[in-house]
Ligand binder design. Structure first.
Ligand code: VGL
Ligand code: ZN
Length: 189
């Protein structure tokens, strides 16, 4: 698949807390970094989202069950866990989104922050490629919202990881049914 200037890459939540050693470590979370770094140079338009919570975010639990509404404390604003994974390439002219910044609301989707869809449209983007963490939460919600906003949507299947493998697979099936397409990073040129 050849990337055009009407395509954008959306890199979702590649942060320390979602990688090995992090507060909400996803199995092999850091494995998304090399494919993302490899494909990044093809894209004219790149978006990075970060989960960016206050200390008292509503999703935090003292006895976390690692599901929606019951997470360990993670990605707290201005802490090392909330920083991008160190080996991720982060071009400074990208568009950056911080989500989950208010205590009372969960925001899994990068499109839940006002401005992203408009920024993409203003640049002539019609198709988005999504990669990052985590497959069944922020990647899934971002992909569904991207469809709702009228974009063609691809998920880079070797550049995503799930909190739970089975749930990750179900999310991929749900996305496929909704009209999201899948490809692998070596097929991006
Ligand atoms: C996410 C769980 C909690 C994600 C964010 O980035 O997918 N998952 N907060
Ligand atoms: Zn979160």
């Amino acid at each position: 698949m050849r990337i055009e200037d009407t395509d954008a890459l959306i890199v979702v939540d590649v942060q320390n807390d979602f990688c090995s050693g992090g507060a909400l470590a996803v199995p092999r979370g850091e494995a998304v970094v090399s494919p993302i770094n490899r494909i990044m140079g093809k894209f004219e338009h790149i978006v990075f989202s970060r989960d960016w919570h206050p200390e008292d975010h509503c999703s935090f639990s003292d006895s976390p069950e690692f599901r929606d509404g019951s997470w360990p404390r993670h990605c707290i604003q201005d802490t090392p866990g909330a920083e991008f994974r160190g080996d991720l390439r982060v071009p400074l002219d990208a568009y950056f989104i911080e989500k989950g910044t208010s205590s009372e609301v969960e925001q899994y989707s990068a499109f839940s922050v006002p401005g992203l869809a408009e920024w993409l449209r203003r640049r002539g983007v019609t198709q988005v490629f999504i990669a990052g963490l985590t497959m069944e939460y922020c990647v899934c919600h971002s992909a569904l919202d991207a469809l709702k906003e009228g974009f063609s949507v691809w998920v880079v299947a070797d550049a995503v990881q799930a909190v739970a493998a089975e749930a990750g697979k179900s999310a991929m099936e749900e996305l496929h049914k909704a009209g999201v397409q899948f490809l692998r990073s070596p097929n991006i040129s």
